[in-house]
Design a protein around this ligand. Structure first.
Ligand code: FMN
Length: 465
């Protein structure tokens, strides 16, 4: 049987978060992101396209690395306004039946005790359709405004997140036994207190003595998404993630590069005692669809004409952790230090002479897709490329980026999804079940038995002990 792929729509609670300058496009609807009707319309489109999730990215800071100022980010609405992504989920869950919601919250700036409560609540109200995209943050401005002296170093962010996950696994997986709620009217007790356990976590970064505040939700632990690409990030993914987002380039080398990325992850999974299919790999891309190839390229040129150089430079500088205004636009992007997203930076520092990026090209490329590569062509050509990335690259599905919202995702749903279905690559209809069951099969509501989170234990003691 042909491998069944998964599709996630890449979004963020902002105006035009991954296509910089497209707020000026006459058909762009992103200004309405503050209203629920915008998100309801998007969810309806995605459910029509039998998407797995609406993926909501998030940052908690302003892009002020470029020119050491937030001017360009503000003027070009670079992921600002930045509304909270968690608030809309319950309304969207009410309006949909199957669509999952993968919501980003940074482990660096959240409290594990509160985050566990938030996601358990979301898992209850969505009937098990929630995923947490675990990020560790990359903007200095996030750190400063959230009470830290500055950004925590790259690898230490992951060390801290490792312990953060230990705490939340204890809360989600161990604190409550499934049958703790007894509602025993005769004995006069709602909860059997002997089945609710304090986690007594004491660690380097967190001390959490108490019990989880929420009873077990359909999935207990939300589906865990992540996007690490550095070596430390991949280790983290291999230990914790059930789905990983990655960027791809649109070159000939992209397929072998993706294949070696997936093979490397599978090896790391094995080191963590997990089966090779325990982690889904989702490269990101931006579809640019035309009824002919020429029309698609014309459309791409039109989109590029809206990209704002300064705004896009602000986004790239924030992602790369380096001020691109200090460089000559005609010089090559090479060997610059980065403490932010290492992979973003590395994707523009090719050592091959024919694949080198000038500063100007890298900035303008980043303006459409924010690092996810555009795939330009007819629905058949786009499906061909996706199929190659699945069959030869080892992808399990995709993170579909947007340009002119909501039109671009609607075009993908109406024109490319039928092509994927015709090739038996993608579902025609949904089956009932939780998000984890959609990804890993019927019956797989909770973390799989080979997942690290199932091995984290607590000493079970009485809540009153
Ligand atoms: C598709 C994709 C989406 C991401 N979304 C977010 C996000 O919403 N918020 C965030 O802080 N970081 C986000 N990141 C950044 C990652 O969490 C991570 O920092 C990055 O991939 C770099 O990992 P590395 O430092 O291990 O290379 C995203 C990365 C990718 C590839």
């Amino acid at each position: 049987m042909t491998k069944q792929i998964h599709l996630n729509a890449f979004a963020q609670h902002s105006v035009s978060p991954h296509a910089i300058g497209l707020w000026k496009h006459p058909d762009h609807e992103g200004d309405a992101h503050g209203s629920l009707s915008y998100w309801l319309k998007l969810s309806e489109i995605l459910e029509r396209g039998t998407f797995d999730t609406l993926f909501l990215a998030d940052v908690l800071g302003i892009y002020d690395v470029y020119e050491g100022s937030s001017r360009a980010a503000l003027e070009q609405a670079v992921q600002v306004p930045a509304h909270d992504p968690t608030v809309i989920v319950s309304a969207l869950a009410q309006a949909t039946k199957h669509l999952g919601f993968a919501v980003t919250v940074s482990a660096t700036y959240a409290s594990p005790y509160k985050l566990a409560r938030l996601f358990s609540t979301l898992d209850h109200v969505t009937d098990g359709r929630i995923a947490w995209n675990v990020v560790t943050g990359y903007l200095e401005s996030e750190a400063r405004n959230l009470g830290l002296a500055g950004r925590i170093q790259h690898d230490e962010r992951y060390d801290r997140a490792d312990e953060f996950l230990d705490v939340v696994y204890k809360l989600w997986e161990q604190s409550w036994e499934r049958d703790a709620i007894v509602k025993d009217v005769q004995k006069g007790r709602y909860i059997d207190s002997s089945k609710v356990h304090p986690i007594r976590h004491e660690g380097k970064y967190f001390d959490v003595p108490g019990i989880h505040l929420v009873d077990p939700s359909p999935q207990r632990t939300p589906v865990l998404f992540q996007a690490g690409a550095s070596s430390r990030g991949r280790d983290f993914a291999a230990k914790h993630a059930e789905a990983i987002f990655t960027d791809t380039q649109n070159s000939k080398e992209a397929v072998p590069a993706l294949r070696s990325f997936t093979a490397d992850l599978r090896r790391r999974l094995q080191w963590n005692g997990r089966r090779p299919d325990a982690l889904k790999v989702f490269p990101g891309f931006v579809p640019v669809v035309g009824s002919t190839e020429e029309e698609a390229w014309r459309h791409y040129e039109e989109l590029k004409s809206y990209v704002n150089y300064d705004g896009s430079a602000a986004l790239l500088s924030g992602h790369a952790g380096f001020d691109f205004s200090t460089l000559d636009p005609d010089e090559y992007v090479e060997n610059l230090p980065s403490g932010a997203i290492q992979s973003t930076f590395e994707s523009y520092t090719s050592t091959k002479p024919d694949a080198k990026w000038t500063v100007r090209d890298a900035i303008l490329h980043h303006g459409i897709g924010a690092g996810s590569t555009p795939i330009v062509g007819t629905p058949e050509q786009i499906a061909d490329r996706l199929e190659t990335l699945v069959v030869d690259g080892g992808a399990d599905g995709f993170n579909v980026g947007q340009t002119v919202t909501l039109r671009s995702i609607e075009t993908f749903v109406d024109e490319v999804v039928p092509e994927l279905r015709a090739r038996s690559l993608f579902r025609e209809t949904y089956e009932d079940g939780t998000l984890r069951e959609r990804l890993f099969g019927k019956g797989q509501r909770e973390l799989r038995d080979d997942h690290y989170g199932r091995r984290v234990t607590i000493e079970k003691g009485d809540v009153f002990a």
